[in-house]
Design a protein around this ligand. Structure first.
Ligand SMILES: [Fe+2]
Ligand SMILES: [Fe+2]
Length: 196
């Protein structure tokens, strides 16, 4: 099928727009986490933002590659979230967004691309979907642990908590409120997803 007439062209443009907006929202969220003292969480969210911009670039490159100079502008209509809330609520909203992308939107776009004869694009959607699945897991875990105030606790015994600022390792049931070496706050301690 001709790319210009395909549904895949529109789906690539929608995906590009969605990834850019997700990247922006994650930067806002990272700033929020930082302002609340969760430096390590902020760094994890910044990594997600970076990943989304990389996905956006792949979609952009595909449009340019397949559309050549015939693609000047693509009109798209789509819904994008503008929800607000506390840090903990936003983590859950974003986990749910990621779930939608990973399990429904991108798999559908991949199927359409395959039907239209764009095998590379189908594979791209599938690869991005598998990353979004890992994003969902990260965000859900952050949400769950923040909600029960156990980001820095290990109920099942002593755990080694590491300060991301100075490298101090503390073997205890919870990370110290202030790092004994560098005096930075608890938010600098690494969040280990195997905790709880
Ligand atoms: Fe993404
Ligand atoms: Fe993502």
């Amino acid at each position: 099928m001709n790319f210009q007439e395909s549904k895949t062209k529109e789906n690539l443009a929608r995906s590009f727009a969605a990834e850019c907006q997700e990247g922006a929202r994650y930067q806002f969220l990272a700033k929020m986490a930082q302002q609340e003292g969760y430096q390590y969480m902020s760094m994890l969210i910044r990594t997600l933002a970076h990943n989304e911009m990389s996905h956006a670039q792949q979609f952009f490159n595909k449009i340019v590659e397949l559309g050549g100079n015939q693609t000047q502008n693509i009109d798209i209509s789509a819904g994008y979230p503008f929800k607000s809330g506390e840090l903990c609520d936003i983590l859950l909203q974003e986990a749910e967004n990621e779930h939608g992308s990973a399990e429904s939107i991108y798999p559908q776009f991949a199927e359409i691309a395959r039907d239209e004869g764009f095998k590379d694009v189908a594979e791209l959607f599938e690869m991005v979907a598998s990353v979004e699945r890992t994003h969902e897991r990260t965000l859900r875990k952050l949400h769950e642990n923040l909600k029960c105030d156990c980001l820095y606790k290990c109920e099942s015994g002593k755990h080694s908590f590491k300060c991301d600022e100075c490298g101090t390792i503390i073997l205890d049931k919870c990370a110290p409120k202030t790092c004994p070496l560098c005096k930075m706050g608890q938010g600098y301690y690494r969040i280990d997803f195997s905790i709880n």
